[in-house]
Ligand binder design. Structure first.
Ligand SMILES: [Mn+2]
Length: 318
């Protein structure tokens, strides 16, 4: 592992070419926005650059998928391999096998622990969004954000900060947002798309989540478990679940929340905490990872077994 700072990262990008920038699987606004902004920045420097996303880009992020930035398969010719917002090989989703014997040239990340095999790592583990690192790197490179870069970076930072409301949002976070507003982005439209708009399927899934909600440990733990049969009845796909992750943590008195869903290959638990509990440690104990207040893990078993395991594990701890 070779942790580097902005100067070295900028020098590295300047000397290399043929960039392929990978996002994490089950992509969110931070990884997609970071990749789009970095590819645009590199192209503005006269470099060849594309981004690759292991999964379909969610509807609300599709406006960033333009100008041939995103490929949906891995190109044959790769000059420089970069990862943005990818903390571990497991986060590469369907591409995990492809990378089994490979190393990234550069990983840019803000997760608490980054275990992705790489030669160089630019890590700011106290930043609310990876997009902030991309913007600071662009500043080091002397690249000013144009409208499209500003849209991508605003999407990245706004997504991971929950609309500038989670802790770890810094004064700089707001200053960067101000820069993007000055670049002329339609922030109201982006906010609406990121946070307000929901599909009918997502609303049906929310109803199911309220029905499936259970409270434990004096109301400090809230769990929503949705098995495959329920998800299929609604027609919900993996990316629809994002709207559900927020539901259990909103309840007054809840410290830790979990949304557990069944995927094709495994069960996935998304953990959130509100104040004092470190869910990244909890996720780690199941082989997962993430941030202090948002983390996740995969599990072999059914959703109700995960619910039971979490209830047991947090007994007397909250
Ligand atoms: Mn992120």
């Amino acid at each position: 592992m070779n942790n580097i700072g902005y100067k070295e990262a900028a020098a590295f990008l300047m000397e290399r070419n043929g960039f392929v920038v990978f996002t994490h699987g089950n992509p969110d606004g931070d990884t997609i926005g970071s990749a789009a902004a970095l590819v645009r920045c590199l192209r503005s420097m006269g470099k060849d650059a594309v981004a690759v996303c292991p999964d379909d880009i969610p509807r609300k992020l599709c406006p960033l998928d333009k100008d041939g930035i995103f490929l949906h398969s891995i190109p044959d010719e790769i000059g420089t391999l970069v990862a943005v917002d990818v903390a571990s090989s497991a986060m590469l989703g369907g591409f995990e096998q492809y990378f089994a014997d490979k190393e990234f040239d550069l990983a840019i990340d803000h997760h608490r622990v980054n275990t992705l095999p790489c030669k160089k790592r630019l890590l700011k583990d106290n930043y609310i969004a990876n997009g902030e690192i991309i913007y600071e790197l662009m500043t080091e490179l002397g690249v000013k954000a144009d409208l499209a870069m500003a849209e991508a970076l605003y999407t990245a930072i706004c997504s991971d900060s929950g609309g500038f409301k989670y802790c770890n949002t810094r004064p700089e976070t707001y200053e960067y947002a101000a820069d993007f507003l000055r670049a002329g982005i339609d922030f109201a439209e982006i906010n609406r798309r990121l946070f307000d708009q929901k599909t009918q399927t997502q609303i049906a899934l929310e109803k199911e989540a309220y029905n499936s909600l259970h409270l434990y440990h004096g109301g400090k733990l809230a769990v929503v478990a949705i098995d495959r049969e329920k998800a299929e009845r609604i027609g919900a796909t993996d990316s629809d679940f994002e709207v559900v992750n927020q539901i259990p943590r909103q309840i007054l008195g809840v410290e830790v929340s979990a949304v557990i869903r069944e995927r094709e290959d495994c069960v996935k638990a998304s953990l959130r905490s509100n104040e004092y509990f470190d869910v990244s440690e909890l996720a780690k104990s199941y082989g997962g990872g993430g941030h202090v207040h948002a983390a996740g893990f995969k599990f072999n078993g059914n959703v109700y077994e995960v619910e039971e395991a979490l209830v047991k594990k947090l007994d007397g701890v909250l």
